[in-house]
Design a binder for this molecule. Structure first.
Ligand SMILES: Cc1cc2nc3c(=O)[nH]c(=O)nc-3n(C[C@H](O)[C@H](O)[C@H](O)COP(=O)(O)O)c2cc1C
Length: 325
């Protein structure tokens, strides 16, 4: 991943418009006579072996590139304020130049208490993966599996023969929880089966419905079409599929950008919901305004739980939803 490519991805993602997605085909089953008070609602949840006050996290985008570091600095302040986990973007650059490595180290230095999730690609050996965790003093590690994106990219990877073995070795070696994460294409049955076989415990199914890297790449390449546009499964479908694999702790992302899609994901079985584009857009605002927006999001989450007559996110399940897919 080059610095320029990373900056271009951010620039194009910033202007991308997210249209309606599968979440809009799910409705809530509300109580006309709820028995709860907003002030008693508990949004806390546990995932990655840690208890968090809120069931959402800042998903992987940047770090180690000029524009990205400014974004990460703002996101880190936000994460610290609310106690949210911060997933950084791919650390590949940190293995290519010292400046980038230093930028990741500085992030941890400036935010010693933050729950930071490191991010690597599956070409990393177990040794490199441990190093990526160490650079950040990371609390968890995400391995992004982005085969469709790589093949859409003109300069992307073409050889995936080591991915499976690398993931298996990383799992054996790395001391923090390891998440295998898609990047907006979702996970189908064969992927879920393989990850289960490898003993993976944490997955971010990151499905379609939000940022679409195929479209971002086409824009970069000034092309109109690609046969690979047919690849991807929606976040909602991937979440429903993942229910057949109870050994996973499931994280949801892909097109989640408001309180209702967060709650719908949790009701479908996710432990927490990740948002990348939502937080990228917030970065256009000064930090106090970003904090105000997240405060509003938290109030919205609580309002939804009151209407569902559910005191804690841990009580959410499919009975709270009506599907019109
Ligand atoms: C600008 C940008 C850069 C991203 N870079 C990474 C990355 O380095 N590593 C990764 O695992 N995912 C990366 N992603 C994918 C997101 O973490 C997420 O899986 C995807 O964008 C879908 O979520 P969203 O609809 O909330 O944006 C990136 C997303 C964006 C928008």
């Amino acid at each position: 991943m080059s610095r320029r490519r990373k900056d271009e991805h951010i620039a194009i993602a910033k202007i991308a418009k997210i249209r309606k997605n599968d979440f809009s085909h799910i409705r809530f089953i509300h109580h006309s006579i709820p028995s709860l008070s907003l002030k008693d609602i508990d949004l806390s949840t546990s995932f990655l072996g840690h208890k968090f006050n809120y069931p959402f996290y800042i998903n992987a985008m940047t770090g180690g590139a000029k524009k990205g570091d400014k974004i990460n600095a703002k996101l880190a302040i936000l994460a610290q304020h609310f106690g949210l986990p911060l997933f950084v973007g791919s650390q590949s650059l940190a293995f290519k130049n010292k400046e980038s490595r230093l930028a990741f180290e500085t992030l941890r230095f400036n935010f010693p208490d933050l729950f930071i999730v490191a991010n690597i690609n599956p070409n990393f050996t177990a040794e490199m993966a441990s190093d990526a965790v160490e650079i950040l003093g990371a609390n968890a590690l995400a391995i992004h599996v982005n085969s469709v994106q790589e093949l859409v990219m003109g300069e992307g990877d073409r050889d995936f023969t080591k991915w499976k073995d690398n993931i298996a070795n990383i799992l054996k070696t790395v001391k923090v929880p390891v998440i295998v994460k898609e990047v907006g294409y979702g996970m189908h049955e064969p992927t879920l089966l393989l990850l289960q076989e490898l003993g993976v415990k944490h997955i971010d199914i990151s499905g379609m419905g939000g940022i679409n890297f195929s479209l971002i790449e086409l824009k970069r390449q000034k092309k109109k079409d690609s046969p690979l546009l047919d690849f991807g499964i929606s976040t909602v479908d991937a979440l429903l599929l993942a229910r057949n694999y109870p050994s996973f702790e499931v994280l949801a992302s892909g097109g989640i950008n408001n309180a209702s899609s967060i709650i719908k994901s949790l009701a479908m079985g996710a432990k927490a919901a990740g948002m990348a584009k939502y937080f990228l857009d917030l970065c256009n605002l000064p930090v106090p305004e970003m904090i105000k927006k997240v405060d509003e999001l938290i109030i919205d989450l609580k309002k939804i739980l009151v209407l569902l007559n559910v005191k804690s996110v841990r009580e959410l399940n499919l009975d709270h939803l009506m599907f019109d897919l």
